[in-house]
Design a protein around this ligand. Structure first.
Ligand code: CAA
Length: 260
């Protein structure tokens, strides 16, 4: 497929996907979101690709939200019958079982913040700004913001951001647990790609399992989650990569993974 609103490239075992509508601050229109579904589907299906990084082009924005100009004239019935936003969320979060990182360079607002929060984790540049300003448009988050932001930063900050539209800067975002680390803008892509390479170098079945376990913490009770973790751990002991990983440790050499 030829992409028009995103750029996709493979760097070794890492797929780099760049939102590429810098004049609109990478606003997420339907085309971007459809192209993302295809790009993430291709990443998921390609066994040579072990981690992905999603970032925004330009220095100003990761994504300034769903495309307001596209939504302005859309009828409520279209939003409702088309179940607007549901496909993207399910593809990027549920169908994409392999790991991916959001490298947030600048504004991540509304759907942009929600898209970043769909990633397994966020690395932010020093100029990053996160927000759910939908209230100013007479609406509210629609791609998971009220739920994922609240789980990430807690009720007080999520309420503050949703009700006042206040943006959170990178320092506060790291302090609040929304992002894992903050780096200078010039280093952001390198840092995200290097981190993705580390993940890409891990046993791939175990990578999917680790991701699935952490995500289960948001869906299950503690007892259920711990049982799920133990069962998945036990299943992993049947993999060839487990035998290799433990042999490699004992023999003091790097492991060579088969993904089996
Ligand atoms: N949709 C469409 N276009 C957008 C956009 C968006 N979300 N955000 C920015 N743009 C466009 C602007 O219209 C402008 O285009 P023109 O040059 O053609 O006028 C261009 O990007 C540059 O933006 P600004 O001139 O506004 O840049 P700024 O530096 O003055 O301000 C900003 C930057 C604070 C991010 C401001 O653009 C802004 O507030 N954007 C909207 C943020 C927002 O409300 N996001 C939530 C959208 S709704 C949503 O996402 C729903 C959901 O939950 C899924």
């Amino acid at each position: 497929m030829t992409y028009e609103t995103i750029l996709v490239e493979q760097r070794g075992a890492v797929t780099l996907i760049t939102l590429n509508r810098p004049k609109s601050l990478n606003a997420l229109n339907s085309q971007v979101l459809e192209e993302l579904i295809v790009a993430f589907g291709a990443y998921e299906a390609d066994a040579s690709q072990r981690c992905a990084v999603l970032t925004g082009s330009g220095e100003k924005a990761f994504a300034a939200g769903a495309d307001i100009k596209e939504m302005a004239d859309k009828a409520a019935t279209e939003f409702y019958t088309g179940d607007f936003f549901s496909r993207w969320t399910s593809h990027l979060v549920k169908t994409t079982r392999k790991p991916w990182i959001a490298a947030v360079n600048g504004f991540a607002l509304g759907g942009g913040c929600e898209l970043a929060m769909m990633a397994d984790f966020i690395i932010a540049s020093e100029n990053a700004k996160f927000g759910q300003p939908e209230i100013k448009l007479g609406v509210a988050p629609g791609m998971g913001g009220s739920q994922r932001l609240t789980r990430a930063v807690g009720k007080a900050k999520a309420m503050d951001m949703c009700l006042t539209s206040r943006m959170m800067d990178a320092v506060e975002a790291e302090r609040s647990g929304l992002v894992t680390r903050v780096v200078p803008l010039a280093d952001l892509l390198d840092e995200a790609l290097k981190t993705a390479e580390v993940i890409a170098g891990m046993p791939p079945v175990a990578a999917i399992a680790n991701k699935e376990m952490v995500n289960a913490a948001f869906e299950m009770t503690l007892d259920q989650g711990i049982l799920f973790e133990r069962r998945v751990f036990q299943i992993l002991t049947a993999t060839e990569d487990k035998a290799e990983g433990m042999a490699a440790f004992i023999e003091k050499r790097p492991g060579v993974w088969k993904g089996k």
